[in-house]
Write a protein that binds this ligand. Structure first.
Ligand SMILES: [Zn+2]
Length: 318
């Protein structure tokens, strides 16, 4: 007879990033987002309906390193990226990827280009999807390599990129990279430290890794709190990082932080609209309360103060 599996007491659960047991609960026993349905392209961008978990979830926050984490960490989504995109975006076609990601990704890329020169570099993008960024980088770089689900191979190769569908194959290729991009990825990982270790093995001695991570301490949370967080918590995110927890994460993994800055993904008008309606709004055209120049200034301030929706970290090996 098998021994009965005992439920792990909350006192025994350690932070997956720093191993400390001190933590608090940041969400009540509650239903969190488990995906989207009825995804469709509209003039205002990709729109879909959020769906929620059938059972209640807990999210802890580590009182030592500040990271938030699901009590019940998921690892199934990591295995099949394409399945993941289907669940979460309602579709996984290259066309869908582009309509949803292209404008967003290119905006982020502009910011990255301010700090990183891709000229003549060997560049690797993990989780590259339809290769929006790789297409752009290819014009400057020596070599562009993408990693994603096998389903993207044909398309990526047709665009002249080298393609891999798992990190083991990349390692076996003996390629080393000057620049590695991992955007919007580590928060999904089951073990972010292990993932970073693997990336380090394919990074050249003086190479850099660029991470874009959603920022838990963002202006939406501060203004809207519960009515923002109830859409933001989701089973696809095992982790909720902040500046403090990212500083800890990179230092404890022997990485030097070369640059960190905020990266804000929506207009100031979007924030105001969300605050007024207290529910999710799309980023389509709306009555603008501030003009473009003032909008830019406000966003720059949010980014400088690290209260933007994402954070950008550029790191290298110690
Ligand atoms: Zn911790």
């Amino acid at each position: 007879m098998k021994p009965k599996k005992r439920a792990t007491s909350k006192y025994q659960i350690k932070c997956p990033i720093c191993n400390n047991k001190k933590k608090k609960i940041i969400i009540w026993d509650s239903f969190i987002r488990s995906g989207n349905k009825s995804g469709r392209a509209t003039n205002g961008g990709w729109i879909s309906k959020p769906i929620f978990t059938p059972s209640k979830e807990k999210i802890y926050k580590c009182l030592n390193c500040d990271v938030g984490f699901l009590k019940n960490l998921r690892n199934n989504l990591e295995i099949n990226n394409k399945l993941f995109r289907k669940i979460f975006d309602g579709s996984n076609s290259v066309k869908k990827y582009k309509s949803f990601n292209q404008p967003r990704e290119l905006r982020k890329f502009k910011k990255i280009e301010k700090f990183v020169n891709f000229k003549n570099k060997t560049v690797f993008e993990s989780n590259c999807g339809g290769g929006v960024l790789l297409d752009k980088i290819k014009k400057k770089a020596k070599k562009t390599v993408g990693l994603d689900h096998e389903g993207y191979r044909k398309y990526l190769e047709s665009k002249g990129h080298l393609f891999f569908s798992n990190l083991i194959q990349v390692k076996k290729s003996n390629l080393k990279f000057d620049i590695i991009l991992s955007l919007g990825e580590i928060e999904h990982k089951f073990n972010p430290s292990l993932f970073l270790k693997k990336l380090k093995t394919i990074l050249s001695e003086k190479g850099i890794i660029i991470f874009r991570i959603p920022n838990y301490n963002n202006i939406y949370k501060f203004f809207i709190e519960r009515n923002f967080l109830k859409y933001d918590y989701r089973i696809s995110h095992n982790f909720y990082f902040s500046e403090k927890s990212l500083d800890f994460f990179f230092k404890s993994n022997d990485m030097d932080i070369i640059k960190k800055t905020g990266l804000h993904e929506y207009s100031f008008n979007h924030l105001i609209d969300f605050i007024k309606k207290q529910k999710r709004v799309s980023d389509k055209k709306r009555q603008n309360l501030v003009n473009e120049n003032l909008n830019k200034l406000i966003i720059q301030n949010l980014e400088n103060n690290m209260v933007s929706t994402s954070l950008l970290y550029i790191v290298k090996k110690k």
